[in-house]
Design a binder for this molecule. Structure first.
Ligand code: M6R
Length: 614
C-alpha cells in the first residue's frame, strides 16, 4: 500500500516523480504529494483524492523546477484521507520532507516525547513524527543518511521511508523494513521506488534492497548500508518486461487488458518447464529432491484471490501426490498455533510478493523450521527473497487492483508444483506427467476461445446491473471458482455477492434465494459424474425457489439446458483444469457490471493492490 518515488539526476524531478506516481497509483489513491529540493529548502504540494487532484493543484500553484524530488500516493492507515494527512510530511523548519509506506508501531511514545520537547504536529500521521525525529537527529550531524539510520533504529513496525532535505541538494535517502523499496540505476541519475514500474521508462537496471537497509542516491552514486552504517549486500537485476506491459495499450481499463492477456500469461508460465529429457524443472527450486521427498504435509498460505488459487491447488496436489494439503488464510495462520515442523512444506501464493499477512506467515513457518516455497509474480519482491524456494508465475505486471491474470498464472504454477512433487516422489510416470502437461499446453487456446465468445456475458452484465445480490455456486474445483467470482463482484461492483460450495446450499445459504436473484453455477465436466449429478440437483433447487440461473457448463453437456435461464459455454477440459476456463467469464461479468454502474474498475474504493499492512 502507498506508492513512493524518489529521484536525483538531470531531468525535471517533478516530471519523473509524477510519472512514477501515475504508475504506482494502483497501490493506493487516497491522496498524492510531491516535494522538491529547491534553493536550500523544500517546495511541496499535496492533495487528497486521486493524482488528478494533485495535477490540478500543481497547475494552479506551480512548483519551481528541481532535479531532486520525492513523491507519494497514499492508502490511508494513520489518519483520514485528507490534505493534511497526505504525504510528504515536513519537519517544523520545513526543510526535511518524508514520504512513508507502512505502519510504525511504537509511534505514540515517540510522538509524545517530541511534543513534550515542543514539536507541534499538524497531521495525525506516524510519518510526520519521523520528519520531526530527523530534525532532532540533524542537529548533531550533517550526514542525512546517518540521521536516517539513527531514526530507523528507534522505529518498530513496517516502513519504507524516502527523505529529501533542503540542506542536501542532489541527495535522496531511503530506508526499508518489512516494506518494499527498489533502486533504479541510471546514468547520471538514480531512482527509488516501491516497485520498478515507476522507473522502467528511464532504466531497467534495478537493485533489490534487503531487510533493514538504508540507501543514499546521488546522480552518480548509490550507497547501501544496514541500519548501523555497515556496507550491505544487495542484488542487481534486470527488468525484462516491456514498458507497454505497464500501460493500458488502448483498453479502457487495465483489468480488461489483463483479462485479455491471460492466454499468453498461461503459456508463459508453462514455458521452459522441461529439461532435455522431458523431466519437469522449476525455476528457483532451491530445495533438493531429497528435502522434498521428506515432506509429509503441505500447507498453502495466501490471501484473497491468491487464497482461492490455493484452494484449487489442494485438489490437484492431493490428487496427484497423496500428500495431505491444507489451505489457510495467511492472516489466520500464525495465530492458531499451527502444527508445522521441518517435514512441512509451506507453499505461499502472492501476486505482489509484498502482502504483509503472507510475509508474516512465512517468517513464522521458517521459525518452526518448515520449508517455504513461494509462488509469486513479482521478481525481486520481499516474499520470494524470504522463502527457501520460488516458483515464478510469468503474468507480467498486474496493475488493476482486482487480480485476474495473476490468478490464472498462480493456478498453473500450483499444477506445476503438484506434478513436480509427483515426479520426484515417483508417484506418476513420466508419460502421465507429459499427458497432463500436454493438456495444460492446450489451455491458452481454450481460454482464448472463452474470451472470443464473451460478448453475451457482457450483455448479461448490462441486463443485471440493477440486481442487489448475487450468488455463486460450485463443487470440487468449481467451489474456489465460485468464491473468486463473488470476490470480483464485491470488490468491483460493491454489491452483495457470495460464493458457496454447492453442497452447503441446503445447510443455510438457500435461505438467501428469492425471486429473480441471479445465481451463477459452475457445472463440473461430465467426467466427474457423481459431482456433476449433484450440481444438477443444486441448480434445480435454487430455480424452484425463483433464482435466475446462470449456468457455466462444458460444450456438449445439455443435461442442464432445461434448468438454465442463461448458459455460458466452456471448452471441454479435464476436471482439475476447469478453473482456468470457468473463472474468465466471471471476471468479464464483474468488470462489465462495474463499468455499467459507473465505477472505477481499476481502482475500486477502499482497496489497494499491495496490502503491506497486517
Ligand atoms: O499480492 P497478493 O497475491 O498477495 O494479494 C492478495 C490479495 O490481497 C489479492 O488477491 C486481493 O484479494 C485482490 N484484490 C483480489 O482481486
Amino acid at each position: 500500500m502507498c506508492g513512493i518515488v524518489g529521484y536525483v539526476g538531470v531531468r525535471s524531478g517533478l516530471e519523473v516523480v509524477m510519472s512514477g506516481l501515475r504508475r504506482l497509483e494502483y497501490r493506493g489513491y487516497d491522496s498524492g504529494g510531491v516535494a522538491l529540493v529547491y534553493e536550500g529548502r523544500i517546495a511541496s504540494a499535496k492533495k487528497a483524492g486521486k493524482l488528478a487532484n494533485l495535477d490540478r493543484e500543481l497547475a494552479l500553484h506551480p512548483l519551481p523546477d528541481s532535479s531532486t524530488a520525492i513523491g507519494h500516493t497514499r492508502w490511508a492507515t494513520h489518519g483520514a484521507p485528507n490534505d493534511r494527512n497526505a504525504h510528504p510530511h515536513l519537519d517544523s523548519s520545513g526543510s526535511i520532507a518524508v514520504v512513508h509506506n507502512g505502519i510504525i508501531e511504537n509511534i505514540a511514545e515517540i510522538r509524545a516525547n517530541l511534543e513534550a520537547a515542543g514539536h507541534e504536529m499538524v497531521s495525525e500521521t506516524d510519518t510526520e513524527t519521523v520528519a520531526h525525529l530527523l530534525h532532532e537527529e540533524l542537529k548533531g550531524t550533517h550526514d542525512l543518511a546517518e540521521a536516517v539510520r539513527s531514526v530507523c533504529r528507534q522505529l518498530e513496525g513496517a516502513f519504507t521511508l524516502v527523505i529529501a532535505s533542503g540542506r542536501h541538494p542532489d541527495l535522496v535517502v531511503g530506508a526499508r523494513r518489512n516494506s518494499p523499496l527498489v533502486v533504479g540505476r541510471g546514468k547520471g541519475e538514480n531512482f527509488l521506488a516501491s516497485d520498478v514500474s515507476a522507473f522502467i521508462e528511464y532504466t531497467r537496471d534495478a537493485i533489490e534492497l534487503g531487510q533493514d537497509q538504508v540507501v543514499s542516491i546521488t546522480p552518480d552514486e548509490i550507497v547501501v548500508t544496514d541500519f548501523f552504517g555497515n556496507p550491505a549486500e544487495t542484488k542487481d537485476y534486470y527488468v525484462d518486461w516491456d514498458i507497454s506491459a505497464a500501460e493500458k495499450g488502448g483498453y479502457d481499463w487495465f483489468m480488461l487488458k489483463e483479462i485479455d492477456e491471460q492466454p499468453q500469461d498461461v503459456a508463459d508460465t508453462l514455458l521452459g518447464r522441461h529439461d532435455a529429457s522431458g523431466a519437469l524443472q522449476l525455476d528457483e527450486m532451491r530445495l533438493s529432491d531429497d528435502e522434498l521427498r521428506e515432506i509429509d504435509k503441505i500447507i498453502v498460505i495466501a490471501c484473497g484471490t491468491s487464497f482461492y488459487a490455493g484452494l484449487v491447488a489442494k485438489y490437484a496436489i492431493e490428487h496427484w501426490t497423496r500428500i495431505p494439503c491444507e489451505v489457510e488464510l495467511a492472516s489466520e495462520f500464525r495465530y492458531r498455533d499451527p502444527i508445522v515442523d521441518r517435514s512441512t512444506l509451506v507453499v505461499t501464493i502472492s501476486q505482489s510478493g509484498e502482502t504483509m499477512d503472507t510475509l508474516m506467515a512465512i517468517r513464522y513457518a521458517r521459525q518452526q523450521r518448515a520449508k517455504v516455497l513461494s509462488i509469486c509474480n513479482t521478481n525481486g519482491s520481499t516474499i520470494p527473497r524470504e522463502s527457501d524456494a520460488v516458483l515464478y508465475t510469468h503474468a507480467g505486471p498486474e496493475i488493476a487492483v482486482a487480480s485476474t491474470k495473476g490468478f490464472l498464472a498462480q493456478v498453473v504454477a500450483c499444477y506445476l508444483l503438484g506434478l513436480y512433487l509427483a515426479q520426484i516422489r515417483g508417484l506418476k510416470y513420466g508419460d502421465e506427467i507429459s499427458r497432463i502437461m500436454t493438456d495444460l499446453e492446450t489451455m491458452p487456446a481454450a481460454i482464448q476461445r472463452v474470451l472470443d465468445e464473451s460478448e453475451p456475458v457482457r450483455q448479461l452484465a448490462k441486463e443485471l446491473a440493477g440486481s442487489k445480490s448475487f450468488l455463486f455456486l460450485g463443487r470440487h474445483v468449481g467451489y474456489p471458482v465460485a468464491l473468486e467470482g463473488a470476490l470480483k463482484l464485491k470488490e468491483l461492483a460493491y454489491l452483495h455477492a457470495e460464493g458457496f460450495a454447492a453442497g452447503e446450499l441446503k445447510h443455510g445459504p438457500i435461505a438467501l434465494v428469492e425471486e429473480g436473484v441471479p445465481v451463477f453455477i459452475v457445472v463440473p465436466p461430465r467426467g466427474r459424474d457423481q459431482v456433476h449429478e449433484k450440481v444438477l440437483s443444486n441448480i434445480q433447487e435454487v430455480r424452484a425457489r425463483g433464482a435466475r440461473t446462470i449456468v457455466l457448463v462444458e460444450d456438449g453437456d445439455d443435461s442442464v439446458v432445461p434448468y438454465a435461464d442463461e448458459l455460458i459455454r466452456l471448452p471441454k477440459v479435464p476436471t482439475l483444469l476447469q478453473p482456468l476456463v470457468a473463472t474468465v467469464p466471471l471476471q468479464i461479468f464483474a468488470c462489465a457490471l462495474a463499468t455499467e454502474m459507473g465505477h472505477d474498475v481499476d481502482q475500486p474504493r477502499n482497496l489497494a493492490k499491495s496490502v503491506t499492512v497486517e
